[in-house]
Write a protein that binds this ligand. Structure first.
Ligand SMILES: [Zn+2]
Length: 279
């Protein structure tokens, strides 16, 4: 009906008007009324037909289906197809503090040595596709303040690890399923929340300061209470701890390099890939 209905109605209107016109003159008023009536009906039906032709039901359903498919790897069925992780967590609608941001977009002075993007780590394997330090905006801003503060003393920060996608946590657990070394992905790590950082100090030439152990040394030598380290290493570790605590970071007792951002528990565990996060 949709394609031919305007023309069918035109024919009906024409025949009716012709019949009416053959009658006597006293019926001219009725003729005029009928003409107006037919034209109004025709216009109304014509508009309806055009609307149904221009916007068939499939044109509304297709984009929704496409968007739903793009998020099919998510465990939950997306009730709101537009709220994909990359859009909701890394893009502008979220407040800055909760957004995942690249530390280099905040402070270019912070040095990077992202160990899990290399084979120079306790796993002896590269589990990050790129060497990036991504943090929640609130944590990134604080870390930038620490860097600026240390720069006044000719020192700087070098980060080993920041945000870690949950899928990488699972991968690490597969390689090393030992809670002494890797957080069980069933619980998640604070790194998975984008609210933890592994970090050390460097001098003005970018050289690492002496610390009690190397990164990811999972022995008691890395504990903050360990007394056996050199005087200089203990002093440097304490200086890092003091600098971080000044801006609210919380030191982990068993790893001199690990700090949690204040309010870390308010941020959820994420599995947003590095490729989805703006640089
Ligand atoms: Zn850590």
């Amino acid at each position: 009906m949709s394609k031919y209905c305007p023309y069918t109605l035109i024919q009906i209107a024409a025949v009716s008007l012709k019949q009416v016109s053959l009658r006597s003159s006293w019926s001219k008023l009725i003729t005029t009324s009928l003409t107006i009536c037919f034209l109004s009906t025709f216009l109304a039906v014509f508009v309806l037909c055009q609307s149904s032709e221009a916007a068939p039901l499939t044109s509304f359903t297709a984009p929704m289906t496409t968007l739903a498919q793009t998020t099919s790897d998510s465990e939950a069925v997306p009730s709101q197809p537009f709220a994909t992780p990359s859009q909701s967590l890394a893009a502008s609608p979220l407040p800055f503090d909760a957004r995942l941001v690249d530390i280099r977009s905040i402070n270019t002075k912070i040095a990077l040595d992202i160990r899990y993007a290399t084979t120079n780590n306790f796993l002896k394997g590269k589990v990050y596709p790129v060497a990036r330090c991504v943090l929640r905006g609130a944590a990134a801003r604080r870390l930038s303040q620490v860097q600026d503060d240390l720069a006044k003393s000719g020192l700087g920060l070098k980060v080993y690890d920041c945000y870690r996608p949950l899928s990488v946590q699972k991968q690490m657990w597969q390689i090393k399923p030992d809670p002494r070394y890797v957080a069980n992905p069933a619980k998640g790590s604070r790194h998975n929340r984008g609210a933890a950082v592994d970090i050390t100090l460097v001098d003005r030439n970018g050289k690492e300061l002496e610390m009690p152990t190397g990164f990811d040394d999972f022995t008691e030598k890395a504990h903050r209470t360990y007394k056996g380290a050199s005087t200089q290493a203990k002093k440097n570790s304490k200086q890092l701890e003091d600098a971080m605590k000044k801006y609210g970071f919380i030191p982990l007792a068993t790893e001199w390099w690990h700090f949690d951002a204040p309010g870390w528990d308010k941020f959820s565990i994420l599995d947003v890939g590095f490729g989805e996060i703006p640089s």
